[in-house]
Ligand binder design. Structure first.
Ligand SMILES: [Zn+2]
Length: 250
């Protein structure tokens, strides 16, 4: 069977084979073995590189839950991503988010299509830092952890311009100061201007749009909140996120 896939990574296996971890549109995350792929340029010629979108011909293996990859057909190579360190870091981060929050064996075509479009934008260097932030919030939402910015998740009330508000990773959103749970220890202050900007940027379906305007301060507050939130729901660090921070990309 042929399945549309985004390659996440490839690891040499033995003399001639490669093990490939990929997200397929219809079957979710899979690990495949491409037999003799390091020798057969005809069947696989460069189609199994990270972030490529490819049609993979797969069949199940009896002995484990991996699959055989018999052939591949490149759909989009996205060479621009691998040419630029920041693009590579962004692509790696989004793929890692999807790999840790989308369980194996749980296909999600919406997440797949979102990632394909995102990689296309990264490949063409189309995303500025605000658009990247918006995309990140939307991906986290698609993966089931929508952070809440428009009202307090504890009391349900909106924020007045005078509200003292803090993003609480524990509550999954911005809370009034008085609503913070004592066990929520890492809280990030959100200024009223940031909250107002976020509220204005929401679409009718409560997704953020890339055209939102955010000051430097707002971007910093949102960045800190998201990083703390992702670490909280993951329960540990993400390699690609730490790399982005070290390199100064976030
Ligand atoms: Zn509240």
């Amino acid at each position: 069977m042929t399945i549309r896939s985004i390659i996440m990574k490839k690891i040499d296996r033995g003399e001639a084979d490669e093990m490939v971890i990929f997200l397929s549109r219809d079957q979710g995350w899979l690990t495949g073995i491409a037999k003799n792929s390091r020798k057969s340029r005809i069947r696989f010629g460069g189609h199994l590189e990270p972030f490529c979108v490819a049609d993979l011909v797969i069949r199940s293996r009896q002995k484990d839950n991996m699959v055989w990859i018999d052939e591949s057909q490149m759909i989009k190579g996205f060479l621009g991503i691998r040419d630029n360190m920041e693009s590579l870091a962004r692509a790696s981060y989004f793929m890692e988010l999807a790999s840790v929050f989308l369980p194996e064996g749980q296909p999600d075509p919406t997440v797949f299509d979102f990632l394909e479009k995102f990689l296309e934008n990264v490949d063409q260097s189309r995303l500025n830092s605000i658009e990247f932030l918006v995309q990140e919030i939307n991906l986290i939402g698609l993966l089931g952890y929508q952070p809440i910015f428009h009202s307090c998740p504890v009391c349900g009330m909106e924020f007045s311009p005078q509200s003292e508000a803090f993003f609480s990773p524990y509550a999954g959103g911005v809370c009034h100061k008085d609503c913070l749970d004592p066990s929520s220890t890492v809280n990030i202050r959100m200024s009223p201007a940031t909250l107002a900007a976020l509220r204005h940027g929401l679409n009718s379906d409560s997704r953020l749009a890339g055209r939102i305007r955010l000051s430097r301060n707002a971007q910093r507050e949102i960045r800190e909140s998201l990083s703390a939130f992702v670490r909280y729901i993951r329960g540990q660090d993400l390699k690609s996120m730490r790399f982005m921070e070290k390199a100064g990309y976030m």
